[in-house]
Ligand binder design. Structure first.
Ligand SMILES: Cc1cc2nc3c(=O)[nH]c(=O)nc-3n(C[C@H](O)[C@H](O)[C@H](O)COP(=O)(O)OP(=O)(O)OC[C@H]3O[C@@H](n4cnc5c(N)ncnc54)[C@H](O)[C@@H]3O)c2cc1C
Length: 547
């Protein structure tokens, strides 16, 4: 295609778009982590996915879905309530592509039991690649997948819904879930007076002959066009989890009234509503009074996805930064050849290598949880620690990636600007940073023996790496201190770093050495590139980061 030219100048020394790439093939860390953690047989499937999601067409969908944000249609032209949210067609296309690849359900079998094999690792690889292109639509995708873990507390309900959840069809029609080809689920916990402290929920549930009637509000309820929501409300025996569909069993629209959509920093393709339930029909999930125990099964999985998405966002930032630096010349030399820029990019590559290995190690543990108590203990102790570390590290990482692109990075047409605005939400929702640290402490106090066995395993897996033994000792002591809450961030960060070094040691021992040297033996400086990496390591990291 020939384009019109400027009368005054030629355009040159700009990097070409980083599009039409196979997101799997260009990602050595991902490929090796998938193999190391049990997903070796799925290279072709993942490469097909990576090529598809790395295409210019998918990038265009991501841009369109974020520029054309969802609109709440509260009423129709006659003043009747509608309570529908309209999305741009690109959003629906993204949803359809993710659903088609099973990103919303492939870790479950047709009955809603864990699918086994390496299904967690393989789905995580897809979720991570999709998050590099468009993250907002992954909110209902992750909630749908995670909801099955909570529905398992109510086997009759799971048996009814699973045939519709288990399809790979995306059906955006506004219709009762039981008439649809596929369904999505959301969750409503947060109220105005308390999000972390869900015990403060005031929404009430009243038992009626055919279920419950729910009255109250939720201050955040995302993806409001989901077909059903898992909602917490106070019933006779206390806080209880409910399945609240958009349509009541008689086929009428349920009394779920959306008040507003949030005007958000990022996550703009996704709608997040403020909502009131005006005697909305619902059925119970699990026992009355056991709402937190029921919904936490779901939240454990959405926390896992927050970590995966954060690593995906960072990977994308790194790839765009490196791609740009290889094409952009400054003072007659490519940026990628300038020693100081190489130091920055190599340090960022090291962070992504370790984060990728760590998230995949966690997913392997999820794969083995049903039959291996030690892996179950790994999941329990490390999911909050890994969510904390990966999600908190994403915004400053993406800021650095943006700066590597110079002014272009700050402009909305750059995907890195969108990633940057997106990134903080993963640390905030599904349990904010401090809450994750407190959850690690809870795991340590309630299941101390299992937690210590995990720590022992991390020590063995990181044996000989610089600073690893000292870090393990520090963590063990910090968690036993009577004032452990005060130093929880220090200890949880070290725990995540030790786990990352251990995971990297399995996937890519050559990278584990500089990672441990710069993060465990020494505390990492606030800025990327403020490290003294050997030239050999710098070269190796940059070559691996993007072929
Ligand atoms: C875009 C977006 C979409 C969302 N979608 C949903 C949704 O679909 N469904 C839903 O239910 N919720 C949703 N949320 C809400 C989200 O889960 C909550 O905002 C989050 O759990 C924090 O709750 P809060 O806002 O009430 O803050 P608070 O609970 O008031 O917490 C404020 C701060 O205090 C810290 N903190 C809390 N307790 C302690 C403690 N004991 N010690 C030290 N520090 C502490 C927290 O870490 C946090 O940093 C969404 C939020 C956002 C931003």
């Amino acid at each position: 295609m020939t384009r019109p030219v400027f009368a005054t100048h030629d355009v040159f020394n700009q990097s070409p778009p980083f599009e039409d790439v196979d997101l799997f093939a260009v990602d050595a860390s991902l490929k090796e982590a998938v193999v190391a953690f049990g997903g070796g047989g799925a290279q072709t499937e993942l490469s097909d996915f990576g090529r598809h999601w790395g295409s210019a067409a998918m990038a265009a969908r991501g841009r369109a879905a974020n520029e054309n944000t969802p609109k709440l249609r509260t009423f129709d032209s006659r003043g009747n309530r509608r309570d529908e949210v309209e999305f741009h067609p690109a959003y629906h296309e993204l949803m359809a592509h993710s659903a088609h690849a099973g990103v919303h359900n492939s870790t479950w079998d047709a009955q809603g039991k864990p699918a086994g094999g390496a299904s967690e690792v393989l789905r995580a690889a897809k979720f991570y690649m999709a998050s590099q292109v468009e993250t907002g639509h992954l909110c209902p995708i992750t909630m749908t997948r995670a909801s099955v873990a909570a529905l398992a507390s109510q086997p009759d309900l799971l048996a009814k819904t699973m045939p519709v959840i288990a399809t790979r069809a995306y059906d955006p029609s506004f219709a009762p879930w039981w008439e649809k080809r596929g369904m999505t689920l959301g969750m409503g916990m947060t109220e105005k007076q308390g999000g972390t402290d869900v015990r403060a929920n005031m929404t009430r549930a009243e038992r009626v002959s055919d279920g419950y009637r729910i009255t109250g509000h939720k201050w955040f309820m995302s993806a409001p066009m989901c077909d059903a929501f898992l909602v917490l409300a106070q019933a006779g025996e206390g806080l209880t989890c409910f399945f609240m569909p958009r349509f009541a069993p008689d086929g009428s629209v349920n009394a779920i009234q959306f008040q507003r959509l949030k005007d958000k920093l990022g996550n703009r393709s996704n709608a997040s509503s403020e909502v009131e339930f005006v005697g909305a029909w619902a059925e119970r999930v699990g026992e009355e009074g056991k709402g937190i125990r029921t919904i936490i099964q779901m939240v454990q999985l959405t926390r896992q996805d927050c970590a995966i998405a954060s690593v995906g966002l960072m990977r994308s930032g790194l790839a765009h930064a490196l791609h740009h630096a290889r094409h952009r010349s400054v003072f007659q030399k490519h940026l990628a050849d300038q020693p100081l820029m190489r130091a920055v990019l190599a340090d960022m590559a090291l962070h992504v290598e370790a984060s990728t290995a760590l998230m995949m190690r966690l997913c392997r543990a999820f794969d083995h949880t049903p039959d291996d108590p030690l892996e179950a203990a790994y999941v329990r102790l490390l999911t909050p620690a890994i969510k904390y570390w990966t999600c908190k590290s994403a915004p400053p990482f993406l800021f650095e990636a943006m700066e590597c692109l110079g002014g272009n990075g700050y402009v909305e047409e750059s995907i890195v600007a969108r990633h940057y605005r997106e990134s903080p939400v993963n640390a905030i929702w599904e349990g904010s940073g401090n809450v994750m640290c407190l959850d690690v402490l809870r795991a340590l106090s309630r299941e101390a023996e299992a937690a210590m066995a995990v720590l022992q395993g991390l020590s063995e897996a990181s044996h000989g790496l610089p600073g690893a033994a000292e870090a393990a000792t520090f963590i063990g002591k910090a968690f036993r201190r009577p004032d452990s809450e005060r130093v929880a961030r220090l200890a949880v960060e070290k725990l995540a770093l030790l786990a990352a070094a251990a995971a990297l040691n399995k996937v890519m021992p050559k990278s584990a050495e500089p990672f441990a040297a710069t993060r465990l033996a020494d505390s990492h400086a606030g800025m990327y590139g403020a490290v003294d990496l050997a030239e050999n390591d710098t070269r190796m990291l940059l070559e691996r980061a993007l072929p």
